[in-house]
Design a protein around this ligand. Structure first.
Ligand SMILES: N[C@@H](CCC(=O)N[C@@H](CS)C(=O)NCC(=O)O)C(=O)O
Length: 196
C-alpha cells in the first residue's frame, strides 16, 4: 500500500516495530508502547544489501514468519496528525524501497492485561521477496552478521541493539532464535579479533 492509501481518512496510526524500528524509529510519533502481535515469529531470514550489507555480502535482518502458536514482542508507535504523511513517506523509503518490506495491518497487544488490542501497521518481508534468504542455522546467521556491513552500519550493531532492547524492555521473553544468533556472532567476532 502507498503511504497516502494507508493514511486515507485516518487522524492517527499505530506502527509496530520489531527490528531496527524498536531502537531507531527515526520518525516523529506521539507516544510508544511495548507489546506484542500474535501469529508471527521474528526470524533473521531477510537479506539486506543496503542498510547492513551489500550485493556481494548481504546482511541478515529480521522479518515476520506466520506461525499461529507464536508471538513477537516489539514497540508500537502512535503517529498522528501532521506527522502521518512525513513519517509514512520516510518509512516507505527506509522499509519498502530500500528494505523490500511490504505493509500489513495486525492487532497489537500493549503489555499489561488491562489494555485492549489496537490495529497497527507492520512492515513484513515475505518469502517471495528477492532479498529473502530464508532459514539457516544460528551459526550460519551469526557468522554472516559478524562479517556484514552496509550504508547504515555494521550488521552486528543491528543484532546487538535488538538483543539489548529485548533484555531491557521484554525481560520475560525468551527469544532463543535471537539470543543464540547473538552468542554465535559475538564468538565469531572474538575469534576474528584474536586472529588479528
Ligand atoms: N520491519 C522491521 C524490521 C525493520 C528493519 O530492520 N528494516 C531495515 C531495512 S532492511 C532497517 O530499517 N534498517 C535500518 C538500520 O539497519 O539501521 C521492524 O519493524 O523493525
Amino acid at each position: 500500500m502507498k503511504p497516502q492509501d494507508i493514511i486515507a481518512g485516518k487522524t492517527s496510526l499505530w506502527i509496530f516495530g520489531y527490528g531496527s524500528l524498536v531502537w531507531k524509529p527515526d520518525f516523529k510519533y506521539q507516544r510508544s508502547k511495548v507489546g506484542y502481535i500474535q501469529g508471527y515469529k521474528r526470524r533473521f531470514w531477510h537479506g539486506d544489501n543496503f542498510h547492513r550489507g551489500n550485493d556481494e555480502l548481504p546482511g541478515r535482518v529480521v522479518t515476520l514468519i506466520e506461525d499461529d502458536d507464536e508471538t513477537t514482542w516489539g514497540v508500537a508507535f502512535e503517529v498522528a496528525g501532521s506527522q502521518l504523511e512525513e513519517s509514512l513517506k520516510y518509512l516507505n523509503v527506509r522499509e519498502t524501497v530500500c528494505g523490500g518490506y511490504m505493509t500489513k495491518m495486525v492487532d497489537f497487544f500493549p503489555e499489561g492485561n488491562d489494555q485492549p488490542p489496537v490495529q497497527a501497521l507492520v512492515y513484513i518481508a515475505t518469502s517471495d521477496n528477492p532479498l529473502y534468504l530464508g532459514p539457516a542455522t544460528s551459526e550460519e546467521i551469526g557468522a554472516q552478521i559478524a562479517m556484514s556491513r552496509g550504508k547504515t552500519g555494521h550488521n552486528l550493531e543491528y543484532l546487538l541493539r535488538l538483543a539489548e532492547f529485548m533484555r531491557s524492555s521484554c525481560p520475560h521473553v525468551e527469544d532463543h532464535h535471537l539470543f543464540s544468533i547473538e552468542a554465535t556472532a559475538l564468538t565469531m567476532v572474538s575469534y576474528l579479533l584474536a586472529a588479528q
